[in-house]
Design a protein around this ligand. Structure first.
Ligand code: AMP
Length: 282
């Protein structure tokens, strides 16, 4: 059977009306689907009886000088990936049908969760994410929604808004899928040359160094972060934007690793912005 595609909330709502008795798993994406997305879809399928995927390149989460216009769009390929993966319905709303306009009501996560990490250079990004994720959760009303741990700040903020706004959904965090080199799969990897891709593997390599140090008993954040910087410096083409060791839930910097913490990196290779993170401690 052909995978049904809905482009407005009311069309999708109509379809879902006759499926409300089922356990609904939802995977929101911006498309250009890769193996990371597919792992979320597989999990949604296995833990639910109905799997819904959305593809929406959310204009609210791109800054004025970011890559909204050139963000990869490949709907036909994505449709085939979803159909092959056994997705039950695809939601591909237009900005108009999502009500994107100047006077849109916005969801504002706690400023302390947005001020560090990616929020430092991406003003408005997480407000844009939170607003659209809240709208999508209200439209789909899934039992479970699946998000990648690769976007750790996003995941922490979504967990927080779901609690604070009493949105009745289980947020499921899923491990980061990587290429053999360790580079995290990302839609933006399409921008990289093959040289760039192999250089970008330094990000995960440096995170693994940190994990090994922490496993060996090092708890001082400064020592762990210094080891990461030394490894990152082996690839001078990598331009570091931030490197932080933070509490996994509050996203606040910590001096010593007493419990599970997150080391997060953002930087550029060939002017493509890449992020990644790893869990340490605990
Ligand atoms: P995006 O299309 O980039 O907005 O991503 C959609 C969802 O897929 C988000 O929850 C991401 O965190 C997740 N995701 C992206 N890359 C990966 C990856 N390599 N492994 C697992 N999940 C991922």
């Amino acid at each position: 059977m052909n995978l049904p595609i809905f482009t407005t909330p009311s069309e999708l709502g109509h379809y879902l009306q006759s499926h409300r008795s089922q356990a609904i798993g939802f995977v929101p994406t911006m498309g250009a689907l890769h193996l990371g997305h597919q792992s979320l879809i597989d999990r949604a399928r296995h833990e639910n009886t109905l799997a819904i995927v959305s593809i929406f390149v959310n204009p609210l989460q791109f800054g004025p000088n970011e890559d909204l216009d050139r963000y990869p769009r490949q709907l036909e390929i994505d449709r085939v990936i979803c159909e092959t993966a056994g997705v039950d319905a695809l939601f591909v709303p237009t900005p108009e049908s999502m009500g994107i306009k100047d006077a849109l009501t916005q969801v504002v996560p706690p400023p302390m969760m947005m001020s560090g990490l990616c929020g430092r250079t991406r003003a408005g990004h997480f407000q844009g994410v939170a607003t659209i994720v809240a709208k999508l959760l209200n439209i789909v009303q899934p039992d479970r929604a699946y998000f990648g741990e690769k976007d750790a700040q996003q995941l922490a903020i979504i967990r927080k808004i779901v609690i604070d706004l009493n949105i009745p959904v289980d947020i499921v965090g899923c491990p980061t899928l990587r290429a053999d080199s360790g580079l995290a799969h990302s839609s933006r990897n399409q921008y990289l040359s093959s040289t760039g891709r192999s250089q970008a593997a330094v990000i995960y390599r440096s995170l693994q160094k940190a994990q090994t140090l922490a496993k060996g008993g090092e708890i001082q954040s400064q020592s762990i972060l210094t080891a990461v910087k030394i490894e990152l410096a082996t690839v001078p083409e990598f331009q570091l934007e931030y490197l932080e060791l933070v509490d996994q839930h509050t996203l606040q910097s910590i001096e010593t690793v007493e419990k599970i913490a997150l080391i997060a990196i953002a930087g550029r290779i060939e002017n493509t912005r890449l992020i990644d993170n790893i869990i340490v401690g605990g």
